[in-house]
Design a protein around this ligand. Sequence first.
Ligand SMILES: *Cc1c(COP(=O)(O)O)cnc(C)c1O
Length: 360
Amino acid sequence: MKKIYFTPGPSQLYFTAEEHIKNALKESVPSISHRSKAYESIHQAAVESIKQLLQLPEGYHVLFTGSATEIWERTIQNLVSYESFHFVNGSFSGRFHEIAENYQINAITKKVAEGQVVKPEEVLIPESTELISITQNETSTGAAQPLEDIKTIRSAFEKPIISLDVVSSAPYIPLDYSLVDTAYFSVQKCFGLPAGLGVWIVNEKCIAKSEEKMNKNKIIGSYHSLPSMIEKSVKNQTSETPNVLGIYLLGKVANDMLTKGIEQIRRETEYKAAVLYQAFEECGQLSPFIKEEKYRSKTTLVAETKCDSSEVINLLSQKGIVLGSGYGKFKKEHIRIANFPTHSKESVELIADELVRNFK
Ligand SMILES: *Cc1c(COP(=O)(O)O)cnc(C)c1O
């Protein structure tokens, strides 16, 4: 039986991905030179589709890396000399903070328990902070930072760079990107593509900051320093031989999403999330891990399980559905369900039925 992956990354491929992969092979996409005109047009098409899909404002650039993890490191290298401030509420937000600490800067954190979000009114951010890092959707717990909070933080802190992790929420999340200076994602989550490509969005303020750091003779990295990445990207190129197939597929899938319509994708995501949360509420064996509704993620849904989570996972697996286990220490106590654009309403309804039928 062919399985459908509801794991929160890697996940089920976008439903058009297979056809695009076949076409890419027919067109020898993996063999073309990354210095050719053919590559430049693939690169440009991907950048244009992402800009349109996310409705990026003027002056925002789209850059390609190997992963979102790489972007954490590049962010610290390029945009921070002394001090960063991290909203930490789970494993992914915590990992970025650790990477900042590896750079021996003053990496400050406001940390709350897993399942919560850091509330803007509860943080004290020093004047000296150069960068504020927020994780919009903490995939390890299923907690989502409301978009009003991003607005509140932006209006309270004009000067520091605001960096937003949208790895497991873009393009669903209707974010006004002008509220942040940099945002990033990788393609194996909501975009439903093979892993190995990170997308880094930066504005002019980020570029100026990295140049300022460089001009003070500080290290900002080499081939993936922001100035080198920008220098190449204006020519629709990259410093290294990039993941050409991944960039090709991203352009194609982003374009398919534009054809479908981002509003339609958002409506479907909200419907499917409502169906699953309703099922969690109806099951005596399950309950939503995030107690307050306004902090519940619509793209990565987490339920606490009274039984060992493997019982739930094994049962659904017999129906050809692969759910995610809890993250890290929650492995046995949680299930995690990805609700990405490729996941159909019918398959989500099937999961909800099975949960209600078997874990009432
Ligand atoms: C998956 C994930 C990452 C890391 O992405 P990689 O592509 O594995 O580097 C970072 N942040 C969040 C919120 C994630 O879900």
